[in-house]
Ligand binder design. Structure first.
Ligand code: NAG
Ligand code: NAG
Length: 335
């Protein structure tokens, strides 16, 4: 087990490198992973482990220097996951696809996700650069802080570590935009699932805030952008935060369906699983994939979105694999 620890730390990533590479190499766009209509290629399997079936208590750790506007956008997205008050298609309608996954007792993933605590690590407790493992130390710091520690909740807690635009994280921008895993008892005291997502606004919007930015170092803009002139506008006005929303959605879907990395994934290699959101990276609507976001809505400012949230918010969230339809799916699907 120890032997695999390092390898395990390298899994469960959200990876846009395929996209970026295909642009930089100026190759055929159809090389990018897109399984929307090709279920034969996908061998998503259940490996008998738990899913997050109990109501989730979500705890945010804001690491670094955050502006309140960015925080409000992200918070409203998280509130939207369980809200029934937004009009269709909503964020909670999007989560319905995630809820189709069950464990071996037949329990579905929960639809109840409650933001239950926030911790401000504005002093960069573990520095301006975090290794993957150091993210667990950040959680440790938050649950042991005095006086306002986050609860350490091994029963139904889920910890979301969000790093501000200036914080560098191991593999951030090069290989990952976010990842999920579970804590080790010798660091945090218990095993709890967690996810990390970085704000890519200054470091790599073209990699991690697609499609609100594109990797312009690569030379060739994606085909749907009219030569790079029609980059999609971010619905909440912050490319980095709006880009984070989809990555947060991606990681929440995956940590819920594969919290201990032994439940739902495709591929033979448990150290490099392809999970339910990995299968649909870059797909936001019907016809998406291969550099096309697919059919999404535009608001009156020309910003792209595909789901509604609380307080009239709109978000653009990638699709996830639907195990019943056996294809990538979201509530804004045309069929
Ligand atoms: C639970 O999952 C099963 C199997 O995917 C599905 O048929 C059912 O509709 C799900 N229930 C809910 C509440 O999503
Ligand atoms: C890429 O975009 C960044 C930020 O928008 C800009 O500063 C830079 O000059 C651009 N590079 C190229 C080659 O267009």
């Amino acid at each position: 087990m120890l032997k695999h620890r390092c390898q395990f730390l390298c899994v469960c990533c959200f990876c846009f490198v395929t996209l970026a590479l295909s642009w930089s190499q100026n190759k055929q766009f159809d090389q990018v992973m897109n399984y929307e209509g090709s279920s034969d290629l996908v061998d998503l399997q259940y490996h008998m482990g738990p899913v997050l079936a109990s109501p989730i208590k979500l705890y945010i750790i804001w690491y670094g220097h955050w502006n309140p506007t960015q925080q409000a956008t992200i918070r409203d997205f998280l509130y939207s996951l369980s809200s029934s008050s937004s009009s269709y298609p909503s964020v909670s309608d999007w989560w319905r696809t995630v809820r189709l996954y069950t464990d071996q007792t037949g329990s579905n993933i929960t639809g109840n996700i409650v933001l239950s605590g926030e911790f401000y690590d504005s002093k960069y407790s573990h520095g301006g650069y975090l290794s993957r493992l150091a993210v667990q130390s950040v959680i440790k710091t938050a649950v042991t802080a005095y006086p306002r520690a986050l609860p350490l909740n091994p029963h139904n807690g889920l910890y979301l570590v969000l790093t501000s635009p200036d914080v560098r994280v191991q593999d951030f921008c090069r290989a990952v935009c976010g990842f999920h895993y579970f804590t080790f008892p010798n660091i945090v005291g218990v095993t709890v699932p967690y996810a990390w997502v970085g704000h890519s606004g200054t470091q790599c919007p073209g990699v991690c805030a697609y499609p609100f930015a594109w990797p312009n170092y690569s030379g060739k803009p994606p085909p749907s952008t009219n030569g790079g002139n029609n980059i999609m506008r971010a619905p909440n006005g912050d490319v980095g935060a709006d880009g984070m929303i989809s990555v947060i959605a991606h990681e929440l879907a995956e940590v819920s369906s594969n919290p201990l990395v032994n439940a739902w994934y495709a591929g033979d290699d448990p150290t490099a699983p392809t999970e339910i959101a990995d299968l649909c990276v870059g797909v936001y609507g019907t016809g998406g994939g291969g550099g096309y976001v697919g059919k999404v809505y535009k608001d009156s400012w020309g910003s792209g979105y595909n789901v509604n949230g609380v307080k009239g918010r709109r978000f653009l969230v990638q699709w996830v694999w639907n195990p019943v339809k056996k294809r990538c799916f979201g509530p804004n699907a045309a069929d």
